[in-house]
Ligand binder design. Structure first.
Ligand code: ZN
Length: 99
């Protein structure tokens, strides 16, 4: 038996669509992000943004490591969030979708 197999039942990723769509309607720049390198937790709006690259690079205001990158190429957007341990949203900003 594979040691990474869990006995719990699961749903596929579509089951998260409602919750995730609520989160992604909130203003990301007001969210706090935690730097994966130094652990600093700051509002994303405080990150240092570099627009000179083919895409956009956001760096930690404390240690200057990359928090986020995104590149738009034709019909695709590539979003790299490896530099963020987490994003913390304030639920008071949550926009309910008429439910
Ligand atoms: Zn940092």
């Amino acid at each position: 038996m594979n040691s990474h197999t869990y006995d719990y039942e699961y749903l596929d990723g579509n089951a998260a669509a409602g919750e995730l769509s609520n989160i992604f309607t909130m203003g990301v720049t007001a969210a706090k992000g935690q730097c994966a390198h130094c652990g600093a937790r700051k509002r994303f709006a405080e990150a240092h943004l570099y627009m000179q690259a083919p895409g956009v690079v956001a760096r930690c205001a404390v240690c200057e490591h990359v928090l986020l990158r995104f590149v738009t190429a034709r019909q695709r957007v590539f979003l790299d969030l490896r530099g963020l341990t987490c994003l913390i949203f304030d639920k008071s900003q949550l926009v309910e979708s008429g439910r």
